[in-house]
Design a protein around this ligand. Sequence first.
Ligand SMILES: *Cc1c(COP(=O)(O)O)cnc(C)c1O
Length: 813
Amino acid sequence: MFTSKEEFKEAFIDKLQTLFGQSLDESSQTDRYVALSALIRDIINKRWYQSNKQYKQCKEKQVYYFSMEFLLGRLLGSNLFNLGLTDVCSEALTELGIDLNELEAVEQDAGLGNGGLGRLAACFLDSLASLQLPGHGTGIRYRHGMFEQKIVNGYQIEIPDNWLKDGYVWETRKADRAVTVKFGGNVRLESQGGRLVAIHENYEPVLAVPYDVPVIGANSGTVNTLRLWSAETNYFDFPSFSKGDFLKAVEHKYSLEATSQILYPDDNYPEGKTLRLKQQYFFVSAGLQSIVRRYKRTYGGDPSVLAKIYEKVAVHINDTHPALAVPELMRILMDEEGLGWDEAWNATTKTISYTNHTILPEALEKWPVDLVQTLLPRMYMIIQEINERFCAALWDRYPGDWERIRAMAIISDGYVHMAHLAVTGSHSVNGVAEVHSNILKKEVMANFHQFYPHRFNNKTNGVTHRRWLAKANPGLAKLITQAIGPGWLAHPTELANLHRYARDPAFQSSIKAVKQANKERLAKYIKDKMDIAVDVDSIFDVQAKRIHAYKRQTLNALHILDLYNRLKADPGLDITPRTFIFGGKAATGYYLAKRIIKLINTLADVINNDRSIGGKIRVVFLENYNVSLAELIMPAADVSEQISTASREASGTGNMKFMMNGAVTIGTLDGANIEIRDEVGDDNIVIFGLTADEVLSYYKHGGYNVLDVYHGNPRVKMIVDQLVNGFLPVSPDEFDSIYHSLMRANDEYFVLKDFAAYAAAQEKIDRLYRDQSRWQAMAINNIAFSGRFASDRTVSEYAIGIWGIKPVIIRES
Ligand SMILES: *Cc1c(COP(=O)(O)O)cnc(C)c1O
């Protein structure tokens, strides 16, 4: 490791020469980025080797986190940070005339995820390694990650994310660890020596090749592995080729490799495409085959040893996307390792645990029976058997209660219900915030909770404070360390010691200065990118997250329209200047979400160009919201918009990132907002709107009529009418879908129902901000009480409560 700048400079220049045969002066930024990363990789690789070796020797239990998405963002900066090399590296580079931040910006975001779920997985990897826990990721190496969003004429345009075009410095291809995954064909059962053996024939083999990415722990010797699987094939259709049908030969190869070509960009909005089911089985099968292979190498391959795999291996499934892990582990244990059903089932359920991420009915995964049967015949046979045994057990417990059994069955109405498979096949089911876990137990999965009362638990989400505070906001981090010492970096709950400084005028002004500098940095970005000048003394009010009806960007937008109406009616209206900042992508097929983007951009056009309101409000839609942009936005926010319809947002994690950076939340009592409120207290957050119980009661029993609000509140009537009456400079039917979602669908997400409460809450924000001493105290308290939302806390709860793993200290050699 580098102890001095001199040593570092020398090694860096040497790396440039050995890699590119170039001197510093001749090198491009990209060369320098690659050289720096390669230098870091040398250090990482030694530790990686040590970690793997010691994991094998120590024989401690390992956890594998299966997730269809890992939204990693950039890794150079966070790797340097976790290695403790940021300062020495940045200073050394400065002396060479290089800006480390610029080199970091060369890296393409690894956007292998949609939003919260994928980012959670990335935060968990960071926490596992930093807590010295033996835990690894299993996922897909998408050739194209989350699309790049451009805004053209107010509309979202999607551009393919070709993130691998210049290679990816952090990955290592492990061709010798490839496995085969079988699709299609037919399966017959044959009796061999008194045992029924499944014989899978005429299948299409796809080669799964792992690419390993090292996951570096902060100030620990631990380097874990994120193993991403890529679909490849050695098979080439020579019969077609030699018959002269070149195109067919190439098409076939392409179709086999298509499995890992794209990430589906549909967050909480699954499209049910065959290729997606193929992706799910592809990485689950490859991941489990490789885990079982490693287990056998370490512990031996006797069936009696495999029957105890759960003592050394935990497999966690992030949402139902990897739920085929249940039948696939059964298949491996029975068909390949010779276990009987009962032994295999015991081992499988004790190995697997499951996190539920949503109760949105449209987001609950189900696959048509005939699709599963055709694409994955052996999986379907096993699922059928699991279902039959499960239904028999239900019948024993609830004889004659057909209605209940049908509602709980894994296969019903022509579909395989993935959540039912996941609950049945695992030993732990958790929600991601207290209110969400309670809704699971009391409403959405009440049947299952009654049948398996001990299986359900809560693990409130968290985010890594290393990336989201220390690295994203170095100014704030420095200030915190000056005030309370560096202990918070390893023990984030120590941030609570900041509470003592909440009313300290000197500390308040330092906090304010850091926020101001971060706002200026974001303002410069907005100016450079969009040529909009924003007022850095205005309140930066931010809603950055996927665009979705339940997240209610519409509520925010309609409130801005209302504020604009009031300013037009009364130019003297006394409000604190505000900049409303939005960011977020819409799923490609989600029409309403796309119109919400257009609405926000239309408001921006109208408002930003209306000089009569004196620049009191401005609206900015930042294109291409991703992890790197989030790192720029969070530190600059004064106000965090967390305004989902209560009960619909399982947890949220954006809310935690904003809080950590000293933003004040305006939010509903939904997801982790409730726990944020519990931590900071009512004085340090602005809560409004319906509660989850109220919303769920309306969904169940009715009792809300949007017309009552529409006719009862002239301000509401005005803004709703303005969507369709030609007030906005767009074609008259442009916002019909938004209008109908409010009026015809009876305001399914209670946007208008919550409008008055939201407008009042926004006025409260305005009043609070005027009292700067009060506001800074709120900001400081939000930072101080954010420690609970560090993913280190979340991951250690999983480690103890679900996975049964403990730290392994990695020695240097
Ligand atoms: C944290 C994060 C999210 C999740 O935000 P929510 O507000 O919890 O929906 C989505 N996208 C990115 C890029 C993030 O960093």
